[in-house]
Design a protein around this ligand. Structure first.
Ligand code: HEC
Length: 138
């Protein structure tokens, strides 16, 4: 086998394995809390603020729901969905390692939950603040 074919084959096997692993776990780890935080901060060219993030997370905005209504305060133990009562795994990434590792999942839920709580999408700065607050909780 030429080294090119070998490289190609190895890569093929790895891609397949990684794909298989992420499907069986139901998530595709493509990012990390730190990488996302950097990305959000760069998008607005501002530094995140942990205290502002905590206030944002625990306050109500457009209606009677806050992020903490479903995720708990602080979100280091399982939360309970405010309307369905379903258990939600802890949101703090140091407690639940899958959190903030799948960018598609993170964006999907930020979009949905921000609309529920603020009646609009969250800004990149709001996401950065919340993530900065959540990142070191344990
Ligand atoms: C009505 C209940 C509810 C409210 C209110 C809520 N969430 Fe969620 N959130 C969920 C559910 C359900 C999921 C998806 C299930 C899961 O991931 O455990 C989720 C998942 C997430 C995720 C995905 C994280 C990951 O990587 O797995 C983020 C980020 C998130 N919520 C942030 C927020 C923020 C910020 C707020 C406040 C603006 C908020 N949520 C308010 C119910 C809620």
């Amino acid at each position: 086998m030429t080294s090119f074919t070998y490289l190609f084959a190895t890569r093929f096997v790895w891609t397949g394995l990684i794909g298989l692993l992420s499907t069986t776990h139901g998530f595709a780890a493509d990012t990390s809390p730190d990488a996302l935080l950097t990305q959000y901060q760069q998008a607005v060219a501002q530094k995140a603020d942990r205290v502002r993030g905590q206030k944002f997370f625990t306050s109500t905005h457009a209606n009677e729901l806050s992020c903490a209504s479903c995720h708990g305060n602080p979100p280091v133990t399982p939360g309970k969905h405010a309307s369905t009562g379903k258990t939600i795994a802890p949101l703090a990434p140091l407690v639940h390692a899958e959190r903030f590792t799948d960018s598609a999942k993170v964006e999907k839920w930020f979009r949905r939950n921000c609309k529920d709580v603020l009646s609009r999408e969250c800004t990149a700065l709001e996401k950065a603040d919340v993530l900065f607050y959540l990142k070191d909780l344990k």
